[in-house]
Design a protein around this ligand. Structure first.
Ligand SMILES: [Zn+2]
Length: 387
């Protein structure tokens, strides 16, 4: 991503044209928070070969290289093994880069979706959790732990953490017949790992966001059947939640867009609740709120569009965006020491818990998360700290 004072896309008009996101967020009771699936230490181990969610991503993964393929395989195996009910697919484009000497490089976006079983593709809205999985070609051997290995691992955790509760909610709705009565359509969830975010030579409109630019265009042109409630595949995105440059301690996350400030506010409240409940692992080391913009009013200054990132081609087409990226960027940004050793693992695990909590609220999963926990305990698989 890139920080720029003068955005080159017509972002302002895109913002004016877009609808205000249909906000729905159920605040969580403090008593629910201890029931959120625990973030296991081994899932975010940084030791090579240790498995888990993160360590397989901590390798150079430049588009079109074996490292990139390996990381994609990690995602595929994770979903096949742990989340078999998710629909997994990839979308590939071939594009030249300033370094490819006219040769085409494959950019492969990874897409995993879980929708309510009764809804048609053309009628479903989704919360889309996004991170880029490619790493920068220079400096040689660059790992990009915050950029964006950790965000990818965090999203794998979130998907797994809400999976059972989603199934349970939808089973109950079908049993009770509620799914047919709802005024608002039930949402699905997508995890989207984009390829080719990084520039090869120097950031500009054509040397950056390779995967995102192609996918946004592709989905815009992919129409649903007539009579669908969503026009095209881009229309399935109710909110594009982009995580980037996360994993250093004490991030400061601005609220970038007025139309998604409701979602930002929900994050801020949950952060505070987790801190108050003693469930924020990094709190002792740093108690300063990450989501510090909670009181920004309508006449505040909104910096959306100044940070260029994977949301740009989607936002230019009217998609609502929540951008979770710190300002200032982490000290290690685009440096060799953006590696596993320089991650703050408490902060990484806090991001996993906080994002899970947000999804639990946004998807109406509170009672189902608690039910999951009780079931586990009954079967003797309970976690040590709760109940
Ligand atoms: Zn980067």
């Amino acid at each position: 991503m890139w920080n720029s004072l003068f955005p080159s896309f017509p972002l302002v008009s895109a913002l004016l044209l877009s609808n205000i996101a249909r906000a729905s967020f159920a605040p969580l009771a403090a008593s629910t928070l201890p029931h959120l699936p625990r973030v296991e230490e081994e899932d975010f181990s940084i030791a090579a070969g240790s498995g888990g969610l993160l360590s397989p991503i901590l390798i150079p993964r430049v588009p079109g290289t074996p490292g990139s393929e390996k990381v994609r395989k990690h995602f595929e195996e994770f979903f096949a093994k742990e989340l078999p009910t998710w629909n997994v697919t990839t979308q590939t484009s071939s594009q030249t880069t300033p370094l490819s000497k006219g040769m085409k490089v494959p950019f492969v976006n990874f897409v995993a979706t879980k929708d309510p079983p009764w809804v048609k593709q053309g009628d479903v809205g989704r919360y889309v959790l996004v991170a880029h999985y490619d790493s920068k070609v220079t400096p040689k051997g660059f790992i990009g732990a915050t950029d964006s290995a950790a965000p990818c691992a965090i999203l794998l955790h979130v998907a797994r953490a809400i999976d059972q509760a989603l199934s349970r909610r939808w089973e109950k709705m079908m049993k009770d017949g509620d799914h047919l009565l709802q005024e608002e359509e039930e949402r699905g969830v997508m995890v989207l790992f984009l390829d080719g975010e990084e520039a090869w030579l120097s950031w500009n409109d054509y040397d950056s966001l390779y995967g995102a630019r192609d996918l946004a265009q592709h989905w815009e042109q992919l129409y649903h059947p007539p009579m669908s409630s969503r026009k095209n595949h881009l229309g399935n995105i109710d909110l594009f939640i982009l995580l980037d440059l996360l994993g250093s301690s004490a991030p400061l996350i601005p609220s970038y867009f007025p139309t998604t400030h409701w979602a930002y506010t929900a994050f801020a409240r949950l952060e505070q609740q987790l801190r108050d409940a003693g469930l924020f692992l990094s709190h002792k080391a740093n108690s300063r709120p990450w989501f510090h913009d909670i009181n920004k009013g309508s006449n505040g200054i909104w910096y959306g569009g100044m940070v260029q990132d994977d949301h740009i081609p989607f936002m230019a087409r009217g998609v609502e965006v929540l951008h979770l990226i710190p300002s200032p960027f982490p000290r290690v940004w685009h440096e060799m020491d953006d590696d596993g050793e320089h991650l703050d693992l408490d902060t990484v695990r806090d991001w996993a818990t906080l994002t899970t909590a947000w999804m639990v609220g946004a998807m109406g999963l509170e009672e189902f998360i608690v039910a999951d926990e009780k079931q586990h305990v009954k079967r003797g698989e309970g976690r040590k700290t709760e109940l």
